[in-house]
Ligand binder design. Structure first.
Ligand code: CA
Length: 266
């Protein structure tokens, strides 16, 4: 049966040492891990700090004393990258009620976390609105007010990182319908952000795409998704990775998508 909406029951882990042969560890985290959560496993990012792995996730909140429901961001923690992970707080880190600049209930999704050279951690997130907040050293509490940014063509899926002296905010964007990936750069983790353009165009057979960036063994890799597997589509997306290249001034060259798809679903 073809799905008619997103269906993502849990979070999975894969590892790799040669960028060819992926090892599948299966499901290692689920919304069920969070007593306050209900619904699906939305976008997530795991970061390492002081011997622990903090897995920031977006999912949905039950209607209870803390929230009237809607999307929320939680944190799971483990001593190992493969788990077992447990709820690091016992409640959500971000609930829908904390941000009110957008009226829809799923605006608080897609966390990205970056720890700067001075050890200050930053959380960026949001659908149709890009927000950031400082995190305390324990990674489980906010360390200041939430700031809402005005980022050109921003839709969702931010990815924050630093390379050399430049900070990058890469995100799924409204360059054209469907989504593309665009980015900004800044002299600090909090901006001011300068728009730099489109780095990845539309993807085959999926209206959404989503960036994840990692350097490994001397190369930079750009992770994203498309719907190009034989039974793929908007609601059956698959993960892709391609190499990423920088110009001398730090700008990012357009991503060449090599995962073209073999038999797009009807
Ligand atoms: Ca909200």
């Amino acid at each position: 049966m073809k799905e008619t909406n997103y269906k993502m029951p849990d979070w999975r882990i894969y590892s790799i040492t040669d960028m060819v042969h992926w090892k599948d560890y299966g499901t290692r985290l689920s919304p069920r891990t969070f007593a306050w959560a209900t619904g699906d496993a939305y976008a997530a990012q795991c970061v390492y700090r002081n011997g622990k792995f903090y897995w920031f996730v977006s999912t949905f909140h039950k209607k209870d004393d803390n929230s009237q429901g809607g999307a929320a961001i939680g944190v799971a923690v483990s001593d190992r990258p493969t788990g077992p992970f447990k709820d690091a707080i016992g409640k959500a880190l971000i609930i829908n009620e904390m941000t009110k600049d957008k009226p829809h209930a799923w605006d608080d999704i897609d966390p990205t976390v970056f720890i700067d050279d001075d050890k200050q951690a930053y959380l960026y997130w949001g659908n149709l609105s890009c927000r950031w907040v400082k995190l305390k050293d324990n990674m489980t509490e906010l360390a200041g007010p939430i700031t809402v940014l005005n980022i050109k063509n921003y839709i969702e899926g931010p990815w924050l990182y630093k390379r050399k002296k430049l900070y990058y905010l890469v995100y799924a964007s409204a360059g054209t319908k469907p989504e593309m990936i665009e980015y900004c750069t800044a002299p600090s983790a909090t901006g001011p952000w300068t728009y730099q353009g489109i780095i990845q165009g539309n993807v085959p057979n999926s209206g959404t795409t989503h960036p994840g960036i990692a350097d490994y063994k001397g190369k930079s890799y750009f992770f994203y998704h498309n719907g190009s597997l034989p039974d793929g589509g908007n609601f059956r997306r698959s993960i892709c990775v391609d190499e990423m290249h920088y110009n001398r001034d730090g700008t990012i060259q357009p991503i060449v998508q090599t995962t073209k798809g073999v038999a797009p679903a009807k």
